[in-house]
Design a protein around this ligand. Structure first.
Ligand SMILES: *Cc1c(COP(=O)(O)O)cnc(C)c1O
Length: 466
């Protein structure tokens, strides 16, 4: 068993402490752990995940959060403030995607717990709409291979069939011919990403829109990652294909406020072209003895604190704030991409913007990762082909980070060339890069889950007997 985190410093609470701990001590423990862990990404050497990385902004969000953290967003009679915050977050997001130009339907939205939450609600809405209004009993959707696993998870949970369209191996965009050929009478929606998590490439949304309109089916654009940064790229002179509600076949868009929206973790916005589609997944139980029950999404109680903090982030930054950060991120990504492109041995996959993925045809790119890891870098690993990616966030825009990327990468390429006949130490796992994938992949992933979830949560028998 791997050692229990921090067991060298703090006792392990296998059961509730009998008398409770001194609150100052509790906060000191949390502060100590947080400071230690923040130091890792504060260097700017970590891809994605810490989108804002600005402690002043975090303090501001935490203040907003603290004022409403105890409030349940489900009990609206007590907190009309949440109705204001939620409506405005949805409206501002819809506006960012130009929903004000939509004719013939009423756009609407839903705040969820994250990208997966938004994608799950979208799939549920398409399923329910198809069932109730179109008589489709066995619905399917088509996603490009590069679209997020949350679509597969949603289909798994909601018993929707998922068909996986290939992407072209040069531009890493959805194969629209394949999609055209594989739509059938039970297809309720197709998916495009703007941009995808792996390569940062944007699917041909306008072409997907034509296909969706022709077959009268939904088109969900996954803007979980790009939704709050790509809309500002055009003003900055970057060419980004239009992917929002101005594209007539786009019926829903997911965008994560907890990524480039610079809000706290735990929120995302799901936008619909037509309110009826959103409402199709509402749940009602009117005859329950506990009272008439209804909820707008899958959650019951929800934190008003997170909604208040998300609202606070959006109105504090405004368009100008988001644009400024987008510029810094795009400029940094350009510098880092130029560095990668300066090596004949390295190859960027497709034509990405703020998130770029690279591989090598001369050595296993995980050698580069192995070396960079020693220098404190944390990339995200990919497979088929082996590649590593960097989602540029605000911590990389700090002075000197792109420069140290260049210096460190030079050494890493030398190391990879020298070790090209050896097996690299790292392999691909979402959200990070795991140790050697020498065993069967399923076994490795189960071990990884066990480490994360089980081993540390089992109460030893002797503790139970005490
Ligand atoms: C992060 C991400 C998701 C999933 O979001 P979570 O917030 O992790 O649930 C979906 N799609 C893309 C493109 C993402 O980057």
């Amino acid at each position: 068993m791997t050692t229990f985190p921090y067991s060298d410093k703090y006792p392990i609470n296998f059961k509730l402490p009998e008398n409770g701990l001194d609150p100052t001590e509790v906060i000191e423990t949390l502060n100590d752990i947080a400071k230690h862990e923040d130091a890792f990404w504060e260097t700017g050497k970590c891809s994605g995940t810490m989108y804002c990385g600005d402690h002043e902004h975090y303090d501001f969000l935490n203040k907003a959060f603290s004022l409403f953290a105890h409030v349940n967003a489900l009990q609206r009679d007590m907190c009309p403030g949440v109705t204001k915050f939620e409506a405005e977050i949805i409206s501002m997001t819809l506006n960012l995607f130009n929903a004000q130009e939509v004719k013939g339907s009423e756009p609407a939205g839903l705040i969820t717990t994250g990208g997966t939450g938004s994608i799950m609600h979208a799939i549920l809405a398409y399923r329910e709409h198809a069932r109730n209004n179109l008589g489709i009993k066995n619905p399917n959707i088509i996603k490009p291979e590069t679209a997020h696993p949350a679509f597969d998870k949603a289909c798994h949970l909601f018993d929707v069939e998922i068909k996986i369209a290939p992407v072209d191996p040069v531009e890493f965009k959805a194969d629209t011919d394949w999609i055209r050929q594989n739509i059938d009478d039970n297809t309720v929606a197709i998916i495009g990403s703007a941009c995808n998590y792996g390569y940062g490439t944007i699917d041909p949304i306008n072409e997907l829109s034509d296909i969706a309109l022709q077959h009268n089916i939904g088109l969900h654009v996954d803007g979980c990652l790009g939704g709050f940064i790509l809309p500002f790229a055009k003003d900055l002179g970057y060419e980004i294909e239009t992917f929002d509600f101005r594209v007539p076949g786009v019926t829903s868009i997911s965008a994560d406020t907890h990524k480039y929206g610079y809000a706290l973790k735990g929120t995302s916005v799901l936008c619909f072209r037509d309110k009826n589609l959103r409402n199709s997944q509402y749940f009602y139980l009117t005859g329950w003895s506990g009272g008439k029950y209804c909820s707008p999404g899958m959650e019951g109680s929800r934190s008003a604190g997170l909604i208040a903090a998300t609202w606070a982030s959006m109105v504090k930054l405004g368009s100008a704030g988001y644009r400024k950060y987008a510029k810094e991120i795009f400029d940094t990504a350009e510098m880092m991409k130029k560095t990668v492109e300066s090596y004949d041995e390295l190859r960027i996959l497709g034509s990405p913007s703020f998130l770029f993925s690279f591989t090598s045809d001369e050595f296993d790119i995980y050698h580069v990762n192995d070396f960079m890891k020693q220098l404190g870098w944390r990339f995200n690993g990919q497979q088929y082909p082996n590649a590593i990616h960097m989602a540029v966030t605000r911590p990389q825009t700090k002075p000197g980070v792109a420069e140290s990327f260049a210096i460190d990468l030079a050494q890493a390429v030398d190391y990879a060339k020298a070790h090209k006949d050896d097996a690299p130490l790292s392999g691909a796992i979402y959200g990070g890069v795991a140790g050697g994938m020498t065993q069967e992949a399923d076994e490795v992933i189960k071990m990884f889950m066990a480490q994360m979830m089980d081993e540390f949560q089992q109460v030893p028998e002797n503790e139970l007997r005490q």
